[in-house]
Design a protein around this ligand. Structure first.
Ligand SMILES: NC(=O)c1ccc[n+]([C@@H]2O[C@H](COP(=O)([O-])OP(=O)(O)OC[C@H]3O[C@@H](n4cnc5c(N)ncnc54)[C@H](O)[C@@H]3O)[C@@H](O)[C@H]2O)c1
Length: 256
């Protein structure tokens, strides 16, 4: 039980990699998995599936761009679960449906959800983790979902996606530098070609995917559980000396 006694919040957990991670945390014995998203119906279904399988989960409606929403979520977690051990900042939108790769409204949207959303999560999540540390409890683990797009550029994705994921990569390292003394670890995960996001455009197109796969040494797309297991490692005590790291889960895409 790699998540025994741990309370976790996963943003954007109603679908995709967030949902897979929530289910995995549930199977690994988390004390409570808070499934947070804007999609209430889908989020409630994820919670039901975890609870039916013997895990412990609750749904929280949370827009990651809403600071008051983060404050309310943290207050609820403190009240009902006593504190927070693991925060997975996973919510995000794609930049591959934009026609104009320099559209200003899309830039603002991407930066707001993908980068500011992570900043707000760290601000309020780490504050709650520190309260617990002050009470003599262990620190915490923050896992931020970046992307290969936070490491290399792509010609077919809005620049705001790359910029926002690059910001996530560096917010992570700043967090590792700032919170290590409280035993709060902060790491980023960088998935490569995965099942398309709800908001994907060109990256959902079979022809674009086939072209991309030519440059991926493992020669196939990743599966959501393959990212969830990387997140689980960083969430668990197995990674107790890992902080500020970028865990690339891309089948070798950025290695060549
Ligand atoms: N799918 C890929 O190919 C891929 C590759 C690399 C990185 N990523 C990143 O991984 C993360 C998860 O992506 P996914 O593939 O599971 O996508 P997804 O679209 O299946 O899931 C994203 C979730 O985030 C939620 N969300 C969006 N805006 C939100 C907001 N303002 N507040 C709260 N929730 C919000 C959505 O409702 C959705 O449930 C994202 O950060 C994404 O950028 C995805």
């Amino acid at each position: 039980m790699r998540m025994k006694d741990k309370v976790a919040l996963i943003s954007g957990a109603a679908s995709g990699m967030g949902a897979a991670t929530a289910r995995l945390f549930g199977r690994e014995g988390a004390a409570m998995v808070f499934v947070a998203d804007l999609l209430d119906k889908e989020g409630a279904e994820v919670v039901d599936s975890i609870n039916k399988a013997g895990g412990k989960a609750r749904y929280l409606h949370l827009d990651v761009t809403d600071e008051a929403g983060w404050q309310a979520a943290m207050a609820e977690i403190e009240k009902s679960a006593g504190g927070l051990d693991v925060l997975v900042n996973n919510a995000g939108i794609s930049g591959s449906a934009e026609q104009d790769l320099y559209d200003t409204a899309a830039w603002n949207r991407l930066m707001n959800i993908n980068a500011t959303g992570v900043f707000l999560g760290m601000k309020h999540g780490i504050a709650l983790m520190k309260k617990r540390a002050a009470q003599g409890r262990k620190g915490g683990s923050v896992i931020n979902l970046s992307s290969v797009s936070g490491i290399v550029g792509q010609a077919y994705i809005h620049v705001g996606y790359n910029a926002s994921k690059g910001a996530v990569r560096m917010i992570t390292k700043a967090g590792a530098a700032q919170h290590g003394r409280d035993n709060i670890r902060v790491n980023s995960v960088h998935p490569g070609l995965m099942p398309p996001m709800r908001t994907s455009g060109r990256t959902a197109d079979p022809a674009t995917r086939a072209k991309t796969l030519k440059g991926v040494p493992l020669g196939r797309a990743g599966e959501v559980d393959e990212v969830a297991y990387a997140i689980l490692f960083l969430a668990s005590d197995e990674s107790s000396y890992v902080t500020g790291a970028e865990l690339v889960v891309d089948g070798g895409w950025t290695a060549v």
